[in-house]
Design a binder for this molecule. Structure first.
Ligand code: AMP
Length: 431
């Protein structure tokens, strides 16, 4: 029997695969490290939630009529007859955890980040998987547009740190839940005369979630919607002031932006700001990530009225972007500094080798050996394959003299070093 990973789920490997070289753990770790470091500088703390939640949480927060809930969730019944779902997104679980642990009450402003796996039963393709990893932030308790600006700046800085400098910020405001019905109706009134000409997807959204009609890539729909009423013309005073203040803050921070009237977030709990960051040197898959304000979500999940804003980006898309731009990040050096080669009678030499290796590692030196009792040449070859900078040669002769041969793999120079000095010599050479 042959096994394979589930469809559209990726293995991320310890060595760069020849195809899809971005599926390399060192790259993932690098991106995660840059993200964590950016979050730390902005004062965000990490939250980790279980990979499963009660199904009801997602139905309630994301909405039953959305694609995610209606057809993409991995849902099953556990042995205790509970309906559980592999999390399709990270915001609702974060809200649930903060409510359960009373974090909203104890921390009036809560700035959080997460690195987590999401699961959606989607039609797979390059950049669209059934398991994907999101890097995201959420802020609760602050309705000041300065925090909207902060979240946007954080996302853009993260990408800049990765070397993606050609970015374009798109912003819009979807107003408050109270101000949206009037816009929804105006949009429907505008579309109704040519509804039959719209794509199937557009027609489906007309009834269920008209704002989402704007979020289309269909050329004909775009043409039909070209003169559609604009959200900004329907904002209530509160949303308009919020939007204008955000723009002033972005200008103050020297961040250019484009107001994109078609940029929407479809769920009811979204409000006011939404934004997307676009990579300008990329083709069709040019979205670097996006987010928005969700002032109604905490209440929707059964908590007190609490403003919130966040963004999320998929690490897979991020790595594909780096690949498309030809950016090769500086990766952590996973090579051993020293590789121990043993010679002669194993019964005598091996115990000393095991001891020396343990001492080297305990002293913080990356060291390794070949475990296959092979000839010197084969062991040395293994050292080269792993990229070791130094060979440590230990045979019966060296043991008798209380030394170890230290060979520089670049120059092939070899000297005897007293066993008691190997660690300090290597520490000296490592810098
Ligand atoms: P969303 O949670 O749908 O707003 O998506 C946020 C980000 O997650 C997107 O910008 C993508 O980078 C990433 N993403 C969403 N769905 C997938 C998927 N199926 N496969 C890979 N990345 C995804």
């Amino acid at each position: 029997m042959k096994y394979a990973a589930p469809p559209y789920m990726n293995d991320v490997l310890p060595y760069p695969p020849s195809k899809d070289g971005w599926l390399h753990t060192a790259l993932w770790r690098y991106v995660e490290t840059v993200f964590r470091d950016t979050c730390r500088r902005y004062g965000y703390r990490e939250i980790r939630t279980p990979i499963l939640e009660q199904t009801e949480l997602f139905k309630r927060s994301i909405g039953e009529e959305t694609d995610i809930v209606s057809k993409e969730m991995f849902t099953f019944t556990d042995r205790g007859n509970r309906s559980l779902t592999l999390k399709p997104e990270g915001t609702a679980p974060t809200v649930r955890a903060c409510l359960e642990h009373k974090l909203f009450a104890e921390h009036p402003v809560l700035k959080l980040y997460y690195v987590g796996q999401n699961f959606r039963y989607e039609r797979g393709q390059k950049g669209r998987y059934r398991q994907h990893q999101q890097l995201g932030v959420e802020v609760f308790g602050a309705s000041d547009p300065a925090i909207d600006a902060e979240v946007i700046l954080l996302a853009m800085e993260f990408y800049r740190e990765l070397g993606v400098v050609d970015q374009e910020l798109h912003i819009n405001s979807v107003g408050t839940a109270a101000s949206r019905p009037a816009y929804r109706e105006a949009l429907r009134d505008y579309v109704r005369p040519f509804l039959a000409e719209m794509s199937e997807e557009g027609q489906g959204r007309f009834e269920a979630n008209p704002l989402r009609m704007l979020d289309t890539k269909d050329e004909n729909d775009l043409r039909l919607l070209a003169a559609a009423p604009r959200l900004v013309d329907f904002l209530d005073d509160e949303s308009r002031t919020h939007f204008e203040t955000l723009q002033a803050y972005l200008t103050a921070a020297g961040v250019p932006y484009i107001i994109d009237h078609r940029l929407v977030r479809g769920f009811d709990y979204y409000s006011k700001t939404c934004f997307e960051i676009i990579g300008t040197k990329l083709g069709s898959q040019n979205a670097l990530g996006g987010g928005g304000r969700y002032d109604g979500l905490v209440e929707e999940c059964g908590g007190p009225s609490t403003p919130g804003i966040g963004f999320g980006l998929g690490i897979e898309r991020c790595l594909l972007v780096l690949d498309a731009l030809g950016i090769t990040p500086p990766l952590e050096d996973e090579r051993p500094l020293a590789f121990l080669v043993t010679l002669g009678d194993a019964a005598q030499v091996r115990p000393a080798a095991v001891k020396l290796l343990a001492e080297l590692r305990a002293a913080g030196i990356a060291a390794d050996m070949d475990y296959r009792s092979r000839k010197f040449g084969q062991q040395a070859k293994r050292a080269d394959e792993l990229g070791a900078r130094y060979l440590l040669v230990l045979g019966e002769g060296e043991l008798e003299r209380g030394v170890v041969g230290l060979r520089n793999q670049a120059t092939k120079d070899q000297t005897d070093v007293p066993l008691g000095e190997v660690i300090s010599q290597l520490q000296h050479l490592a810098v």
